[in-house]
Design a protein around this ligand. Sequence first.
Ligand SMILES: [Zn+2]
Length: 312
Amino acid sequence: MLSNILRPSKGLKAVLAASAAIFCTPAAALNIFVCQPEWQALISAHAPDANIFSATTARQDPHYVQARPSLIAKMRQADLAMCSGAELEIGWLPMLQSRSGNLSVQNDAETMIFASDHVAMLDTHQHVDRSMGDIHAHGNPHVQFAINDIPELSKVVTQRLQALDPGNAHQYQARGIRFRANWRQHVNEWRELSKPLKGKKVVGQHATYRYLFKWLDIEQVADLEPKPGLSPTTAHLQSLTRLDKASYDAIVFSSHQDHQPAEWLHRQTGKPVIKLPLTVSGNEQLTDLVDQTLAGLLEVLVVNSDQKSIEQ
Ligand SMILES: [Zn+2]
């Protein structure tokens, strides 16, 4: 009698088999929500079969997103989510999280990854008030360019995927190792390639490239934004025309931003303009983002300026 009770019935066996199947489901079954395309690129390198949905595209400003019903629906389905954090998404993510009713994407869940929690943050502020503009109190959240911290992010993504989908743990492990080895190889190339950029100075638009510029030893001497997060004004742009032209080499803005302020300053000062990508597009990888950004900087700050000095 007792052994009869303990012996699994046919029905129970089927249930056990089905739940085993659930635990061993390939990564194809995972639904992943990311706030920006760079995290889609990072996660897809670790879980190529997952369904990854990005709330924003390369043409959008990730600070300002409408929390529309289709985003809430995607968030509701998510097994895991990844965003930049450090208040980059403060205007829209909390609403998506609460309206989704999904425990997996709440701030304290292991399956809610904030990149900024795993990066050596720059520009943290003890005290912030409104007079400072739309400043990021918890440090600069544009961490897709934190080159030295990407391997740590790869480790975090690997661990969280393994915990969520233990049946495929060794695959995540292998892909994570491959990703980090590839990243390290690129870092060596970038270091060599970018040597001539050291010490260059630019006028920027927002602190989007803060991590990259620090890594490259480029200084952003002024900002087209009068205060962080505020659109360039005529009065502020006028004041930038009075900057010593010898104090900077180029004007940098980001592909999702309005090109007119940078071009206006270019017409007034003759300083070259560089448009850089904010994030990956299409199926690009994270290494492509850095490749393109370095190429954009090198083309204007090194190749063109060398040609100019030959012509002179
Ligand atoms: Zn920002």
